[in-house]
Design a binder for this molecule. Structure first.
Ligand code: NAP
Length: 229
């Protein structure tokens, strides 16, 4: 059994990952940006001894550092940064919310990089760490969809963050990967999406379990296929 940290565990795919990892007997550090308003996660953690809740807002560097100080330097085998923002409804060039673009850059791109920096000692302590960032197919240069300037560009950029980390950490016992979780029935994906959060989380866990150091830097789909960049 391992220790798994889920960053953004209050709803959707993150909540489901926390649930599945805990049910398997793993120790789960479930991070919530507002730990006082995480009803579903509170309910899950009260029904499982394996889950502890930590306050962490990925868009706030001080919050990331505070969480790292609170958690300490013990081994964490897997860190999955799930937290993401869609970036609001004004994402065309003609109707663009520039403030939201800045804010989404903090959440979707800069936050995961700062989480990587803050928790690298824990991943090193594991001896075989996994650091995964949830991106999106909309962040791939190959995905043929216009519009969505905010979401697509900030997810494209975090894909590059993952790639750079895999190069910078090439000599470290840490595997870095980027994941498209599917089009998922969550608050973000909507009810018409193709797969459930259960299916997505289960697929993501399978991918994580099968990764080797040679896989570091890859961009995956939840079903284990490689996603073109
Ligand atoms: N659903 C899809 O179809 C789909 C497709 C492609 C990629 N993705 C990506 O997959 C990830 C999870 O998506 P989802 O569908 O589960 O989304 P969701 O249902 O909207 O949940 C988003 C999660 O991110 C958390 N979060 C947002 N901003 C945060 C911050 N600043 N600090 C910490 N946590 C924060 C939310 O916490 P609060 O409860 O506090 O808001 C919530 O737990 C995202 O990165 C998303 O971009 C999703």
């Amino acid at each position: 059994m391992s220790t798994v940290m889920i960053v953004g565990a209050t709803r959707g795919i993150g909540l489901e990952l926390a649930k599945q990892y805990a049910a398997e007997g793993n120790t789960v550090i479930a991070c919530a940006r507002d730990s006082g308003a995480a009803e579903q996660l509170d309910a899950l953690s009260s029904s499982s001894d394996n889950i502890s809740i930590e306050q962490l807002d990925v868009s706030d560097p001080a919050s990331i550092e505070a969480a790292a100080a609170n958690i300490g330097t013990g081994a964490i085998d897997t860190v999955i940064v799930v937290a993401g923002a869609v970036g609001g409804g004004r994402q065309s060039l003609d109707d663009l919310d520039i403030e939201e673009w800045h804010s989404s850059l903090n959440t979707n791109t800069i936050g995961p990089a700062l989480v990587a920096r803050a928790f690298k000692p824990n991943l090193l302590a594991s001896g075989k760490g996994n650091f995964m960032i949830l991106s999106s197919q909309l962040g791939a240069s190959t995905w043929p969809m216009g519009g969505m300037y905010i979401y697509s560009s900030t997810k494209a950029a975090v894909g590059k963050v993952g790639k750079i980390l895999s190069l910078d950490w090439a000599q470290d016992p840490i595997i870095v990967s980027v994941m498209h979780p599917g089009w998922v029935q969550t608050d973000m994906g909507g009810p018409q999406a193709e797969i459930t959060a259960e299916e997505s989380a289960s697929g993501i866990r399978n991918v994580v379990a099968g990764l080797t150091k040679e896989d570091s830097g890859n961009f995956y789909k939840w079903n284990g296929d490689i996603h073109p960049w």
